[in-house]
Write a protein that binds this ligand. Structure first.
Ligand SMILES: [Cu+2]
Length: 142
């Protein structure tokens, strides 16, 4: 039997879609080519993310809900960045400083499927945050 929606619930869905679109558009993420993390023999999924001013490459990383190890490689010579990853309830899964030129490794285990935002929240004085300049990505847990 086909799912039937009342006019008011259709209205709510449309509003939700618009609000969701605005939320994504208000930040700096433009969807890049999805890259899948590689699962090693030990069961850990590994990937490397290049950290630049002001982007992460890849900015769309696909993983499964099992242990993840990310190598964050800064290629900047001056500007420090960070890598914040929150779950949908707002809890921080990862909070990692990435100083200029540094390589750091973070480990975490996603507990839920879905799209999780990761971003850099640094900013200089009153200027736009790095996130607003495009330093944002999505962890796609499938
Ligand atoms: Cu930054």
């Amino acid at each position: 039997m086909p799912l039937r929606l009342s006019p008011s619930s259709k209205y709510c869905l449309a509003l939700g879609g618009i609000a969701g679109g605005l939320f994504i558009a208000s930040w700096g993420w433009t969807e890049g080519q999805p890259v899948e993390a590689v699962q090693d023999a030990d069961g850990t999924q590994r990937a490397t993310i290049k950290v630049e001013s002001y982007s992460y490459t890849p900015n769309h990383l696909v993983v499964k809900a099992s242990p993840v190890e990310l190598k964050l490689v800064s290629v900047t010579t001056l500007t420090p960045h960070n890598f914040l990853l929150k779950d949908p309830a707002g809890a921080l899964l990862v909070e990692q400083e990435v100083s200029a030129g540094a390589t750091v490794t973070v480990r975490f285990t996603p507990q839920h499927l879905g799209l999780f935002a990761f971003y850099c929240d640094k900013r200089l004085l009153f200027f736009k945050s790095h996130r607003e300049k495009g330093m944002e990505g999505r962890l796609d847990v499938r």
